[in-house]
Ligand binder design. Structure first.
Ligand code: XIL
Length: 458
């Protein structure tokens, strides 16, 4: 009991009164969804700061290995498999009731040299990949819920094509390696979800885009009976990438038509490298806005299941080392929750469990389709189920126009859930005085009816 209280307090920086036992994990669980973060086998059991393990267990119900299930880690020399570190993580996940994502089977990177040495030997390399997938997937059969079967196989040229250089798999086997990888993984664990995972998917479905190419391939795979069930959008973005949540929403909708789940698999939202010392509270709030928008999209789209962050604390993140970015996670270097943490909590709380569909259960509520996602509007409906159809709102500059009633209570919250404005509207329109430019959540209440929308004040 003492431990529970201590753990809960780690995530209780928020100024509004969250119940002490509410965590990202508890809120996600109530909604039939998974929120997770990476793990390394040396990150628990007292080998790094003790806060890490406390937070990881309290806040997350899903886990993915940062490196220790990749090809070079699991088969460092031919035919000799090394599962020790992965096993430790799977055990940790089982002990703590967490879902495990497996990452990654067929990827051009982090492949050992002995594999690259078979470049050009098609029959041999097919056998190598098949043997690897069969062994690794069978080893964790029934314990790893979902695999990234193929990772980052599309090129960066914006020309709708596979990565044709720098990939031993494609260069030797051609595009067949992808189809085969899914078939072999499915044979080894028929119950595992099987994903195609990539970066820059969040750039949208424009011409030549990765997302568009993925969509075409998913259609082809489905038509040909290739057992793909999910796509992962890594979503390693920068603070300036403001259109990405909307792009992820559009992509989720396109995949929903194909019966495919979309997961956010590696989220981080970095600032430019070197900027850490000059970042202000406002910068961190902006980061929170983006985190929140991803969580809103995640909860509102019925075919999204996992929200995985590529790290817990800025003290341990790949961004500083190799990415020219920094401070992209939801806890700072001292393990203090950032505004991004609060934003995620507030988004989860704004979506009642009854309104969130779980792609993992069949008895899903039907109300989720009530969300209005029209992008042309400056408002996005977050929660309208209690509102009579006649109640609506629009924002123009600082003026909030309410249709369907003359009088209503209006409350405006920032993206971290702090109240910034509250007044009674008597005339069907109200000035949102002293609310500065930015993104907010507005709640309009009339009796027991309430309509909540995200608005942009410009
Ligand atoms: C990264 C790890 O975070 C680093 O520790 C490692 O050095 C390189 O790989 N896309 C992926 C992940 O699919 O596996 C990558 O992880 C980040 C980009």
């Amino acid at each position: 009991m003492g431990a529970m209280v201590g753990v809960a307090l780690l995530g209780a920086s928020v100024t509004n009164a969250f119940a002490a036992d509410e965590t990202l994990r508890s809120l996600a669980e109530e909604r039939g969804r998974y929120i997770g973060a990476i793990l390394n086998s040396e990150w628990f059991g007292g080998r790094i700061e003790s806060q890490f393990e406390q937070i990881h267990k309290a806040q997350f119900n899903a886990v993915v290995a940062e490196n220790e299930m990749k090809f070079d880690a699991t088969e460092p020399s031919e035919g000799r498999f090394s599962y020790g570190n992965g096993d430790k993580m799977v055990k940790y996940a089982q002990q703590n009731g967490m879902r495990v994502r497996g990452h990654a089977l067929a990827w051009h990177s982090q492949v050992p040299n002995w594999v690259n040495n078979y470049k050009g030997q098609k029959d041999k390399l097919f056998k190598v990949l098949k043997n690897h997938i069969e062994n690794v997937v069978s080893h964790w059969k029934g314990q790893i819920a979902e695999w990234d079967v193929v990772n980052e196989a599309i090129n960066d040229n914006n020309n709708h094509g596979w990565r044709s250089s720098g990939s031993v798999w494609f260069e030797t086997l051609g595009a067949d390696f992808l189809d085969s990888a899914f078939v072999w993984a499915h044979a080894a664990d028929p119950d595992a979800e099987l994903c195609y995972n990539d970066y820059a998917i969040e750039w949208g479905l424009g011409s030549g885009s990765k997302a568009g190419f993925v969509l075409e391939q998913v259609k082809r795979w489905k038509k040909n009976g290739i057992p793909i069930t999910c796509v992962g959008t890594q979503t390693h973005i920068e603070i300036s990438h403001e259109t990405t949540p909307k792009n992820v929403r559009d992509f989720a909708k396109a995949l929903a038509e194909l019966g495919i789940t979309l997961n956010i698999t590696e989220l981080d939202i970095g600032f430019p490298k070197g900027s850490a010392n000059s970042l202000s509270a406002k910068d961190y709030q902006k980061q929170g806005h983006l985190y929140r928008q991803f969580m809103d999209v995640f909860l509102e789209e019925p075919n999204m299941g996992e929200f995985m962050i590529w790290g817990v604390t800025d003290a341990h993140s790949w961004l500083d080392g190799s990415q020219g970015k920094t401070q992209g996670l939801i806890y700072d270097k001292q393990y203090k929750p950032k505004p991004a943490y609060d934003s995620l909590i507030v988004s989860l709380k704004a979506h009642a469990p009854s309104e969130v569909v779980s792609p993992y259960s069949s008895n899903t509520p039907e109300s989720s389709s009530s969300t209005d996602v029209s992008s042309s509007s400056s408002t996005i409906t977050i929660k309208a189920s209690m509102a009579p159809a006649s109640l609506s709102m629009q924002v123009s500059g600082h003026t909030l126009l309410i249709a369907g009633t003359q009088s209503a209570m209006v409350d405006v919250f920032d993206m971290q859930g702090r109240p910034v404005f509250s007044a009674k509207c008597e005339t069907g329109s109200i000035e949102l005085k002293n609310v500065s430019e930015g993104l907010y959540v507005v709640r309009v209440r009339k009796g027991s009816a309430s309509l909540t929308k995200r608005i942009a004040i410009k």
